[in-house]
Ligand binder design. Structure first.
Ligand code: SF4
Ligand code: SF4
Length: 161
């Protein structure tokens, strides 16, 4: 979940350098599989809270991770593509407004909270734009009239006119 709001700030320069490299490597090939863990992982390598391979805030971090996995219907140890995991975290936690109930007590909440609000606003603006610029202008059928689901959308579109 933290990747979705990360903006290069972190516990130390070593941490942010490493975090940036991890994210770049995952984004280079989002189809690569990641193993889900609620303990210290690859992200923790250069974190000052990592004391000999164990996080000194583990209780809190474990609670966040477990709640995210539960919301996404995933389990620890599961392997899943980074793309699928990112998409699930977005749809099952952030888009459902669960982020703050999961990690409101995190010290970085002041960064993630406004970004979460902004991403909700963007989705709303996008859906309003699609309605006003495509559906309300009667362009849907010219865009996707040959879709196999057209028979479902066409009467709904007519009802909204
Ligand atoms: S508030 Fe903390 S735990 Fe929650 S998404 Fe942001 S960095 Fe991650
Ligand atoms: S889980 Fe702990 S060690 Fe890992 S990045 Fe977060 S605070 Fe640092």
């Amino acid at each position: 979940m933290c990747f979705q709001f990360y903006e290069g700030k972190g516990y130390s320069e070593d941490f942010t350098d490493h975090m940036g490299r991890v994210i770049a490597q995952l984004e280079k090939d989002p189809s690569q599989e990641v193993k889900l863990t609620v303990a210290t992982d690859v992200v923790c390598a250069n974190c000052p809270n990592n004391e000999g391979g164990s996080c000194n805030s583990l209780d809190k971090v474990k609670r966040y991770d477990e709640e995210v996995l539960k919301a996404c219907n995933l389990v620890e140890g599961e392997e899943i593509s980074f793309a699928k995991f990112t998409q699930l975290v977005r749809s099952e936690t952030i888009d459902k407004g669960l982020r703050s109930s999961i990690c409101e007590d995190c010290s970085w909440d002041y960064i993630c909270r406004p970004k979460e609000k902004e991403s909700k606003r963007t989705v709303l603006v996008d859906s309003q734009l699609v309605r006003s610029e495509i559906i309300d202008k009667g362009l849907r059928s010219s865009i996707c009239g040959d879709c196999s689901w057209d028979y479902i959308c066409r009467p709904k579109e007519n009802e909204t006119k």
